[in-house]
Design a protein around this ligand. Sequence first.
Ligand code: AMP
Ligand code: GLY
Length: 427
Amino acid sequence: MKVLVIGSGGREHCLAWKISKSTLVDKVYVAPGNSGMADVAECVDIGPEDFKALAAFCQKEGISLTVVGPEAPLVKGIADYFQDRGLVIFGPRKKAAMLEGSKVFTKRISNKYGIPTAEGVEFGQEDYEKARDHLNGLDDKSYPKVLKADGLAAGKGVIIAGNKKEALSCLDDLLLRKKFGDASKKVIIEDFLSGYEVSLLCLYDGESVLPMDLAQDYKRIYDGDKGPNTGGMGSYSPVPFVSEALKEKILEKIIYPTCRGLHSENIRYQGVLYAGLMICEHEPYLLEYNVRFGDPETQAILPRLKEDIVPYLLDTTKGTLSKKNMVWEDSRGVCAVLASKGYPKSSSRGDIIEGLDGHGLEDILIFHSGTRMDGGRLVTDGGRVLGVVGKAETFTSARKKVYSAIEKIRFSGMQFRKDIALRAEEA
Ligand code: AMP
Ligand code: GLY
C-alpha cells in the first residue's frame, strides 16, 4: 500500500522512516516534506492545509492511509474533509481536535470530569475588566501565574508571569492587543504548578487506549533549562524516574477519565492523544493535550518500537485496536536537536551543512527538520535543522553516540544542548 505523511519536520521524517520499514508499505509520500527525507519518502509539493489538493492527490495515487503530523490541519478539520470523501486518515476530527485547539475546552472537560489540572479561570475579550480585577485582587504570594491564549499560537501562547505587573501587561497583549488574533480572544489564568514534566503519548481509537513509553522533552534553548522556549531542543525515552505505578496513575486519573468524558460528550476520538503532564510530588496534573505525535518526542520514542507501526495506525483509524501493549526494545533513546544561528528569536537559512555522512556509528539516525538542497549542497532552512537520535542499552552510551555523531556535523552558528538525557543518565 501507499502512505502519505503530512508535514515537514523531524517528527514527520521519523514517522515516514518508521512507516517505510513496514512490510505492508510499498511507497511513502510526504507533503510537503523536505529534501532530507528523500531517503525514505517522495516529497509532494502540497501544503499541509491545502485539503483539496491533498485529497485529490490521495485519490489519484490510490493512497491507503494518510498520517497527519502537525496540529493545525487537524484543528481545521482535515480528518473530516478526508473521511467525508472516503479517504482513510490517522488523526482526530475537528470536534475532537479541540482538545488541542482550545485550552478553554480542555479546561472545561477537565473540570467536568474530575481530571487533575491547575486551577484556572477563563476570560473572554468582553471580560477584560474582570480579568484585570482578578489579577489585581491577587496578593504577591499568588504569583507566578500562568496566562494562556485559548487557541493555537505556534507554541507561544503560554506565558508565565512572575508578578502582577507582568501579568497585567501580558493580559493586555493577549486580550486587548490580540497578540495571537482569534487565538487570544479568550484566555485562561491559572495557578503555576511546580514539579517535572513528562509526555505520555497514547494511541486511542475511540474505545481502547494504547499508551506508548513515556518521554521527556527539553523546551528551553540552553543547557540547564535556561533561556527562551523553543519548539523543543531534544528528548529522551523512556523516563526512568516514572515508575509503572505512576504511569498507571496517569492513565487512571487523567487519560481514562478524558476518554470517558469525550464519550459522554459524544465526541469520537481517533489518533494520538498526547498528554503534557506536570508531576508534583508523585501526583500527575494535566498541563495540556496535543492531538498528534510530539516533536521531538516521536524521534526518541518510535525508533524503540520493535513492531511495525502501520497496523497500529490502521487499527486506530478503524476502531479495532485490540492489543494491550506495544512491544518496545529494552533500549534508551536520545534525540538532540541542532538549531540554526539566532534560534529561537530568528533562524538562519542557507548555511552549508557538512559531516552528515560517515559518522560511522551504529544505531544513529538523523532526522531532518529545517534543511533543503541548494545547488547540490545541503543547507539550513529553518530554526530546528536536524535531530540526531541515538539508541543504546544505557542512557550513558546513547548520549555518547549522539554527541560523537554531532561532533562530526558542522554548520555556521550551529546550536545544541549538551545536557539532553543527562538527568536520565543520573537517575
Ligand atoms: P502548554 O502549552 O499548556 O503545555 O504550556 C507550555 C509549557 O508551559 C508547558 O510545557 C510548561 O512548561 C508550562 N506550563 C503550562 N502550564 C503551566 C502551569 N500551570 N504551571 C507551570 N508551568 C506551566
Ligand atoms: N514537544 C512538544 C510538542 O510536540 O508540542
